[in-house]
Design a protein around this ligand. Structure first.
Ligand SMILES: NC(=O)c1ccc[n+]([C@@H]2O[C@H](COP(=O)([O-])OP(=O)(O)OC[C@H]3O[C@@H](n4cnc5c(N)ncnc54)[C@H](O)[C@@H]3O)[C@@H](O)[C@H]2O)c1
Length: 352
């Protein structure tokens, strides 16, 4: 059976969060998108946290409609006696439990999938966010919305590293608009519920998180590369490979997300990522070669029909606000993160 994380990573995350975890004692947490890449980390971490909250554990309710995640992944949720509800968050939900925290991580995050499901991508970020905000309002719960670094679009190079007050440069009609624009509207909804209805909201803008658990057929850059490498095929580079990204390993990202949940100031938005190094996609190949010790062939090709072009040319976060408000510091260097990720894909990817 596939393990969607490295157990040592989960231990590392919980160790880093140790001073704060008693705050989850007795809390009820609703997690949408809990069967996805980041959602599964939340599940494992909350289970691990519960080991030390034995007398007054937290209760986790996971919601997912499985639109992009595998049915067989939920086995690991159900076997932990966590409530799993197969449900589309755009529909109303009636929960009997008290709710303290709503984490809205449901979304259609992979460009490959949002090309296939543009309307569902809009719906989960707009109507789904409104439903989750409404749940938080009724329950007087805290609401965490997973937005995206994509809301910045193709940033003005003068604004790099991108801080939270940059308003972005997004096309309302481009091939990525269904994702970028709907996340922006999801943020507007959070702002309205915070200012007009007193809901304690936090918005998280993750910047290219990677790690074990990414599904092989998800086509985001690192799973795509790892799958081709495992299959012995050349790695495809779309466009010309000069677009830059920063990559944040899952343990650093999860620590950042938890710090937002625990310490985020009401109504605030936080970039979570690792600003160093900013590298081109071509340069990423060199890092992977070093991390894996493998010879890697690549081919530069046009954007295939299945993958939307109009990519941002640069993306690099400023994390000063997360550092100042939350004490957030990424600790895992890119090469180290790649070594952990590729050791996992070597075991669990089939190589397509
Ligand atoms: N991973 C990243 O680097 C990254 C970067 C930026 C933003 N995000 C955002 O963070 C969140 C989690 O990302 P992820 O990488 O885990 O994505 P993912 O695609 O792996 O998981 C998302 C989950 O949401 C579920 N889902 C989608 N629509 C739904 C609906 N209408 N109702 C219920 N469930 C639904 C899917 O089935 C899937 O299990 C997403 O909202 C994503 O947009 C992630």
């Amino acid at each position: 059976m596939i393990q969607y994380f490295l157990p040592s990573d989960i231990e590392e995350i919980v160790e880093r969060l140790k001073p704060f975890i008693s705050q989850f004692s007795g809390k009820t947490i609703v997690l949408s998108g809990g069967n996805g890449f980041l959602g599964r980390y939340f599940v494992e971490i909350f289970c691990k946290i519960n080991d030390s909250l034995a007398s007054d554990p937290l209760k986790l309710i996971v919601i997912d409609n499985l639109i992009t995640s595998e049915q067989n992944k939920i086995d690991g949720i159900q076997s932990r006696q966590i409530d799993f509800i197969k449900h589309d968050v755009i529909e109303e939900i009636d929960l009997q439990d008290k709710v303290d925290i709503v984490i809205h991580a449901a979304g259609i995050a992979s460009p490959y999938y949002y090309s296939i499901y543009p309307l569902e991508t809009l719906d989960v970020a707009i109507t789904g966010t409104r439903r989750m905000l409404s749940l938080a309002k009724t329950a007087k719960a805290k609401m965490i919305f997973f937005s995206s670094s994509e809301i910045y679009g193709d940033p003005d190079p003068e604004k790099i590293p991108i801080s939270e007050d940059y308003r972005g440069n997004v096309s309302p009609q481009g091939p990525r608009a269904c994702y970028d624009e709907s996340k922006r509207l999801g943020e507007t909804l959070c702002h309205i519920y915070n200012t007009n209805f007193d809901v304690e909201t936090n918005i998280i803008r993750p910047f290219n998180i990677f790690g074990p658990g990414m599904v092989e057929t998800d086509y985001r850059v690192l799973p795509n590369f790892a799958s081709k490498i495992k299959g012995g095929h050349p790695v495809p580079i779309y466009g010309n490979g000069s677009q830059t990204r920063t990559f944040c390993y899952a343990t650093d990202a999860m620590v950042g997300f938890f710090l937002v949940i625990l310490k985020g100031l009401p109504g605030e938005t936080y970039n979570i990522g690792n600003p160093m190094p900013e590298i081109s996609v071509l340069n990423l190949i060199d890092y992977i070669k070093e991390a894996t010790g493998k010879h890697i062939e690549f081919k530069v090709i046009n954007y295939p029909e299945s993958y939307p072009g109009d990519e941002p040319m640069r993306r690099m976060p400023s994390i000063l606000k997360a550092r100042d408000h939350l004490g957030y510091f990424p600790e895992v260097e890119l090469k180290q993160g790649l070594t952990r990720f590729f050791s996992w894909t070597e075991k669990f990817y089939s190589g397509i």
